[in-house]
Ligand binder design. Structure first.
Ligand code: TPP
Ligand code: MG
Length: 344
């Protein structure tokens, strides 16, 4: 069953709620970082909400996603809990990785969120691997990789697309073209007008969609998922979007003007979708206001509770690092050798 049905009033309302939740979460994360509350870096997804929510809503619950260093929006799109996310940003034990991952490493494998990732371009190979696993296990799952315009020319991204295309694996590649890789404009990074041209090299379908239109993203991913799930292989989707905030919090942004940002804000995806729902009578202005204040309360409570929560104890530092403990790995090796599986 599709995660959220964009044809139904319930699905539309939840899509709006998730986009608003991302914006509220990242607005708060930006404030907390500026106040010196959060360790590490935060990269905000504000402005790009329609890509994450549009894409994940078109998937099925059991599908996998891989994320980027700008991953909060992908997590919320996949239905992750904002308190556990906030606790992770704070480095607290209640966080998704028990506070040991932070903003750039939130993962919830059970929910199909295979991880934010500090390595640009590391998501697509994970998605191709997850799709291969699903195929070998004969499971009805697809894997969707989010990655940025700055990752498109990264070598491992091409290896991942090539393998997925050659083996017809159930993968959807989604490029979030937010017009910059750090401070470098997309046209100074690539020699093609549309990054979706990448698809031609692998003989797979490639599309460029308006990433400020949640419906357009949803429709493109719906088609791509269908292709993936029916053995027709991967699709490459470029979503044109924009980040409203700096590359990271603290970026002085000398590479663009306030006017450029305003031009994109005029096409704000949340505002557009909200107006569409109000015009259609799906929600009223009052319902919108109360949804917004419920979300603000949720995020405020998440931040306050996370601030007070416990850090992991230093004695837990080496827990959760590997799937097995060192003694278990040694036992595993010994067993393999005893079984004749070890050839060295
Ligand atoms: C392999 C690798 N190279 C470089 C970096 C440093 N780096 C972090 S984010 C970034 C820009 C990524 O741009 P893009 O993929 O467009 O994502 P965006 O930040 O725009 O969402 C770079 C170069 C890194 N983290 N990993
Ligand atoms: Mg970018």
């Amino acid at each position: 069953m599709v995660t959220l049905d964009i044809e139904s009033a319930e699905g539309q309302t939840e899509i709006l709620r998730r986009m608003l939740t991302i914006r509220a979460f990242d607005t708060k994360a930006g404030e907390l970082f500026a106040d010196g509350e959060l360790p590490g870096f935060v990269h905000l997804y504000i402005g790009e909400e329609a890509v994450g929510v549009g894409a994940v809503s078109a998937l099925e619950e059991q599908d996998y996603i891989t994320s980027t260093h700008r991953g909060h929006g992908h997590c919320i799109s996949k239905g992750l809990d904002t308190y556990e996310m906030m606790a992770e940003l704070y480095g607290k034990r209640d966080g998704y990785c028990n506070g040991k991952g932070g903003s750039m490493h939130i993962a919830d494998v059970d929910a199909g969120m295979l991880g934010a990732n500090g390595i640009v371009g590391a998501g697509p190979p994970l998605a191709t691997g997850a799709a291969l696993t699903a195929e070998m296990k004969d499971e009805d799952r697809v894997a969707l990789a989010f990655f940025g315009d700055g990752a498109v020319a990264q070598g491992q991204v091409h290896e991942a697309i090539n393998l997925a295309a050659t083996w017809d694996l159930p993968v959807v590649f989604v490029v979030e073209n937010n017009q910059f890789g750090e401070g470098t404009p997309v046209e100074e990074q690539h020699n093609v007008e549309h990054l979706s041209a990448t698809a031609e090299a692998y003989d797979i379908p490639g599309f460029t969609v308006d990433g400020m239109d949640v419906t357009a993203v949803y429709e493109a991913v719906t088609e791509a998922r269908e292709r993936a799930a029916t053995g027709e292989g991967p699709t490459f989707i470029e979503a044109d979007t924009y980040r409203y905030e700096g590359h990271f919090e603290g970026d002085h942004q000398p590479y663009r003007s306030k006017e450029d940002i305003e031009l994109w804000k005029d096409r704000d995806a949340i505002e557009t979708f909200k107006n569409r729902l109000v015009d259609a009578g799906t929600i009223t202005e009052e319902e919108f206001e109360s949804m917004q204040s419920e979300i603000d309360d949720e995020i405020e409570t998440a931040a306050e509770t996370a601030k007070e929560a416990d850090y992991p104890d230093p004695s837990e530092a080496y827990e959760d690092m590997f799937g097995m403990t060192v003694p278990e790995i040694n036992d595993f090796g010994a067993q393999m050798r005893a079984d004749g599986g070890e050839t060295q």
